[in-house]
Every structure is written in structure tokens, then in C-alpha cells.
Design a protein around this ligand. Structure first.
Ligand code: FA5
Length: 335
């Protein structure tokens, strides 16, 4: 039967052991083992409390008080240790994760738009201000939209210039943006006032002014009472807005199966000695209008297709179209 002296001895032993145990608990896992060993359901403390049942009634009160004191002592020491450990692990983490704000940063250079994208957006914005909408169409076209609907039947010699990269027997990479005109007219009643920017593909040999892949902007205006004079006026307004003063525009006769009459437009930069062809244009052929269900007796229209690369070359003095595609940063960074 344990007496008060036994209890006191055991309490002293346990206090000593506990001090060592706590010193050894240097991380969260060791601290948890300590908790289980001393304060757990089957731990040292609860073993001691079990002895209380065998202590004589006269000594029980004092023994209970001493055990409660022991429990408070161990719990307090445990909590102090836990708080100290978590503070030091936080300190470790902060030290580990600290950033030296005095080191130079990683600089990310800001990019900018490719000159062709800029020119395309600039041209679009001029026509948007004049009241045109932007429409787009597929780069893989059917022969129908690319040729027949544009008044170019299968045996027409003009087809040879434009039947280029076939995808299947009846579909090809479009050589111009004119098929978009047909898509738009088929689904819209006049008046129609649109521009259609997009990529085009041709079998042209690469030289300073030709590329097998290039960009066009198509324009189409169909309404009652339009004439070649309206086309000329729109073009004059546009070239003045886009190029500014000093550039000269020249019209000359041309042939396109889908316009009648047809013209070619050349521009000469200030001080330049040569003209650069920038677009084909003309009054929409009545056969094209009736093909989409319009009445050519009531409405007329004009259209053009201009080359975006050539517009950029003229404005920025670029003398070789290949510069747009060579990915030479010295070229691109000038814009
Ligand atoms: C056409 O493509 C007609 N569809 C234009 C048109 C539209 C006429 C509506 C009438 C009514 P053309 O083949 O001339 O026409 O090309 C028009 C412009 O595209 C040229 O003036 C030129 O600026 C540009 N272009 C044509 N081929 C190339 C090429 N290989 N590389 C760069 N630009 C080109």
C-alpha cells in the first residue's frame, strides 16, 4: 500500500525524468512523443494517479493535492516548450525564406506589336472611322467562292494567276481576300460597307516586293448610286489619312473578272523615283452582284484589295518585303 512518502518519491523521480525528456524534445515529433509518454492516457502521470486509489484515507487528500500540482507543473512546462519550439521553427522558416531585396531584379523586356499588325490596325481604324465594318472569312476557300462567284469560270485564263495551293480537288488556300465579299453579300442586303483583313497565299516567286504569304485588306461598298468617283474619293481620303502629305496616288487601267472597269493604284513616296502598286480596285461587276441576289439595275458598288506589306513598306521606307518574315530583331525593334 503506497503511503505519502512513496508518492513524494515518485513525484520527485518523475519531475527529474520529465526535465530531461523536455530538454530532449527538440522538434515537433519529439514533443508529441513526450506528450504521449507523460500526459497521455497510459502515460506516467496517469499511472501515478492510479496509485491514489490505494493510499490510506488520511493521506489521500495531501497525495491528491501533490499529484494535481505535479500535473499542472508538467502541463505548464510542456506548453512553454511547445510555444518556444514553434517560435524557433518560425524563425528558421523566415530565415530560410528571406529575400534579399537589395539584389537586382529579373527584368522582363516589354514587347510590342509587329509592324504588320500595327499597320493593319491603323488601316482598320481609318475605315472604321469612315463607317465601314470589319468582316473576316476562311483562309481555306472553295473554288466557288474563290473563282465562280467572282465571275471566273473554270476555263477563264485569269484563273491561272490565282489557282495556287490546293488542299483538295475543290478547296485551296485563298490567293486574295475577295471571296469574303461574296460571303458577306450572300448574308446581308445592301447597303454593304465592309473591310476584310486577312492572310493570302500565292505561288509568286519571292523577291523584294512579293512573298508567297502576305496580307490584304479588301474593301467593299455596295449601295444605290455609287460610281468610280466615289471610289477615287474614298481612296484619296484614305491615302491622305494613312500617309500624310507628300505622297502621290496614281490610277491606271487593269483587268479583274469581278470588277468593271478595273484599276490599279500606285503610290509614290515623297522624293521617291518609282511607284509601288498597292492595290487592285474597280466597280463590282454586275454579274457578281446578280450572283448573290442583288439587283445590278438598282445598286452598284466598288471594291479594292490592298497589300498590307506594301503599305508598311511605303510608309516606313522598308525596301525588301522579306524583312517582315526573317525574325531579325534589329528590324522589328525599329518599330
Ligand atoms: C487582287 O488580289 C484582287 N483581288 C484585288 C481586287 C479586289 C481588285 C477587289 C478589284 C476589286 P492583285 O493580285 O493585284 O489583286 O493584288 C492586290 C494587292 O495585293 C497588290 O497590289 C499587292 O499590294 C498585294 N500583293 C499581291 N501579291 C502579292 C505578293 N505576292 N506579295 C505581297 N503583296 C502582294
Amino acid at each position: 500500500m503506497p503511503d505519502l512518502k512513496d508518492i513524494r518519491d515518485r513525484i520527485r523521480d518523475l519531475n527529474g525524468k520529465m526535465a530531461h525528456g523536455l530538454d530532449a524534445a527538440i522538434d515537433a515529433a519529439a514533443l508529441e512523443s513526450f506528450r504521449v509518454e507523460y500526459l497521455g492516457r497510459k502515460g506516467h502521470l496517469s499511472q501515478l494517479f492510479k496509485l491514489l486509489g490505494d493510499v490510506s484515507p488520511e493521506e489521500k487528500g495531501e497525495a491528491g493535492r501533490l499529484l494535481n500540482e505535479l500535473r499542472d507543473g508538467i502541463t505548464g512546462a510542456f506548453e512553454k516548450r511547445a510555444a518556444a519550439l514553434s517560435a524557433s521553427s518560425l524563425r528558421d522558416r523566415l530565415l530560410r525564406e528571406s529575400v534579399d531585396v537589395t539584389l537586382p531584379g529579373v527584368s522582363r523586356p516589354v514587347g510590342h506589336l509587329h509592324p504588320l499588325t500595327r499597320v493593319q490596325r491603323e488601316i482598320e481604324s481609318i475605315f472604321l472611322r469612315m463607317g465601314f465594318d470589319v468582316a473576316t472569312g476562311p483562309e481555306i476557300e472553295t473554288e466557288y467562292y474563290n473563282f465562280e462567284a467572282l465571275n471566273i469560270p473554270a476555263d477563264h485564263p485569269a484563273r491561272a494567276d490565282w489557282d495556287t495551293f490546293y488542299i483538295s480537288d475543290t478547296t485551296l488556300l485563298r490567293p486574295h481576300t475577295s471571296p469574303v465579299q461574296i460571303h458577306v453579300m450572300e448574308s446581308t442586303s445592301p447597303p454593304v460597307r465592309i473591310i476584310c483583313p486577312g492572310r493570302c497565299y500565292r505561288r509568286d516567286a519571292q523577291d523584294a516586293t512579293h512573298s508567297p504569304v502576305f496580307h490584304q485588306i479588301e474593301l467593299l461598298w455596295v449601295e444605290e448610286g455609287l460610281s468610280l468617283a466615289n471610289l477615287k474619293y474614298v481612296l484619296e481620303l484614305f491615302t491622305r489619312e494613312y500617309f500624310g502629305p507628300g505622297y502621290t496616288m496614281r490610277f491606271s487601267g487593269d483587268f479583274f473578272p469581278f470588277t468593271e472597269p478595273s484599276v490599279q493604284v500606285h503610290i509614290k513616296a515623297p522624293g521617291a523615283t518609282h511607284w509601288l502598286e498597292i492595290m487592285g480596285a474597280g466597280m463590282v461587276d454586275p454579274a457578281v452582284l446578280s450572283g448573290v441576289g442583288y439587283d445590278p439595275e438598282k445598286v452598284s458598288g466598288f471594291a479594292f484589295g490592298l497589300g498590307i506589306e506594301r503599305m508598311a513598306m511605303l510608309k516606313y521606307g522598308i525596301d525588301d518585303i522579306r524583312a517582315f518574315l526573317t525574325n531579325d530583331l534589329r528590324f522589328v525593334r525599329q518599330f
